[in-house]
Design a binder for this molecule. Structure first.
Ligand SMILES: Cc1cc2nc3c(=O)[nH]c(=O)nc-3n(C[C@H](O)[C@H](O)[C@H](O)COP(=O)(O)OP(=O)(O)OC[C@H]3O[C@@H](n4cnc5c(N)ncnc54)[C@H](O)[C@@H]3O)c2cc1C
Length: 407
């Protein structure tokens, strides 16, 4: 294959987003090649793999990777009080992330895409005439040529900077370990500065005897994951079967420009991630679908210019930009609170049953937090509480305009 290395589309990264795009493009008849630096798909992932049913529907081939259906969750305040949320139908699915990525990689292969593992893309060169990826494969330099390059290299990639599109600097850090755990019936989420500054930590069941214990935080996650695991071990809730802690990062802001001459950026590399939870599988995959549509249109029109590909950014901004800004505002709000203030907000929500009212609202969804945040902020008790804390509401909320989600 290394002798004939010219493709319609080269995708950098065989993560969930890259593989989804590869499968869809190959199905449309494009000659697609995916370059992945690791020896297999998903092997290094630290992701918990919690997704909604809406998101699971995007991966029919990945249904076998569901480990647990979550109907309920307990959210703990810094002092250890908790709010329990429950619904009759599953609200989220915990996926075996490496296995989901492998399923998607296999599907891309079956659709006719070509996957090069152990191939690190080191630089890209794009202009109006050509697009090239310079890579090393088993320590040998290789050049791949393409009509279009799709960067799906995940959070922290520097390839976007090399392509003149800048780089995302605001990142949260994460860590997670698989642990043995007796009969954990539901997801548990813990808050507090000592637990996970700026974010939260979790214990998520993956079956009857195992769970994922992890966290996202600002700064180095190492001391926090060590503290989480020893606390849960001391409480007799978990046992560590091995010391394999995986680390990762999550972008908190989208990249300003996600297209260029013969170039698109998608998934974590583009910052298409919910800053409230760090969840990026759903939005990244939705955007991969929009990238595929844009690429198909560009090839059909014979125009692979930046101008032609700019419709990708218009598309995903229309669907996600406002949602991501409200989520970012909520993240900033939460991160600006100290434990006493978190406790205060928690008490207001609990006392006024705000979580229950919102949960029974017919249009609450696992993925679209902007609407939930907006609905919560309409409660006078919460508004008063925020005013006391000196926190200004998001502009669309202050204006009294409902947040619209457009498809
Ligand atoms: C601790 C933690 C928990 C999370 N939990 C959830 C969750 O429960 N639900 C959720 O929706 N999201 C979660 N996320 C976020 C989720 O993991 C990402 O949003 C998602 O993986 C993004 O997919 P992607 O394909 O864009 O990137 P990735 O999954 O990161 O894939 C990128 C791929 O590109 C490869 N690559 C990178 N650079 C190169 C290169 N130069 N050359 C070749 N290959 C390259 C990488 O090896 C990787 O395989 C979590 C993240 C963390 C850190």
């Amino acid at each position: 294959m290394l002798n004939s290395n010219k493709f319609d589309v080269i995708i950098i990264g065989a993560g969930i987003v890259g593989c989804y795009a590869a499968g869809a493009l190959a199905q449309l008849g494009y000659d697609v090649c995916v370059l992945e630096k690791n020896a297999e798909a998903g092997s290094k992932s630290s992701c918990t793999g919690i997704i909604s049913g809406e998101c699971l529907d995007l991966f029919p081939a990945g249904r076998g990777a569901v480990q647990f259906e979550a109907h309920s969750a307990k959210v703990f305040s810094p002092s250890g009080q908790y709010i329990r949320i429950e619904r009759n139908s599953p609200q989220a699915y915990v996926m075996d992330r490496p296995s989901l990525d492998r399923c998607m990689a296999l599907q891309a292969l079956e659709n006719g895409a070509c996957l090069h593992f152990s191939t690190l893309a080191t630089s890209i060169k794009v202009n109006s005439q050509s697009a090239e990826v310079h890579a090393t494969c088993l320590n040998k330099p290789v050049v791949f040529k393409a009509g279009i390059i799709l960067i799906a290299g995940g959070a922290g990639t520097t390839l976007t900077r090399d392509a003149g599109l800048g780089q995302i600097h605001e990142l949260a850090q994460g860590a997670q370990a698989e642990v043995a755990c007796k009969d954990l019936p539901e997801v548990e989420i813990y808050s507090g500065a000592a637990v996970a500054p700026g974010f939260f930590s979790w214990l998520v069941p993956t079956g009857k005897s195992h769970a994922k214990a992890g966290l996202l935080c600002r700064g180095n996650p190492r001391p926090y994951i060590t503290a989480l695991l020893s606390r849960l071990e001391q409480q007799g809730r978990i046992t560590m079967e091995n010391q394999d802690i995986k680390y990762g990062v999550v972008p908190l802001r989208p990249l300003g420009k996600t297209y260029g001459e013969r170039l698109l950026v998608v998934g974590d590399a583009a910052g298409q991630v919910k800053p409230t939870t760090g969840g990026g599988i759903y939005f990244g995959t939705l955007c991969a679908g929009m990238a595929v549509t844009t690429i198909h249109e560009a090839f059909s029109a014979g125009n692979l210019s930046a101008r032609s590909l700019s419709s990708y950014q218009k598309r995903w901004h229309k669907m996600l930009k406002e949602e991501l800004s409200i989520d970012y505002w909520a993240h900033r709000f939460y991160r600006g609170l100290d434990d006493k203030q978190v406790e205060h907000v928690f008490n207001v929500i609990e006392r006024h049953g705000i979580h229950e009212s919102i949960l029974t609202s017919p249009d609450i969804t696992f993925d679209w937090h902007g609407k939930v945040i907006f609905d919560a902020l309409k409660y006078r008790s919460l508004q008063r509480s925020l005013e006391k804390l000196g926190m200004a509401p998001v502009p669309s909320v202050a204006d009294g305009k409902p947040h619209k989600r457009t498809a």
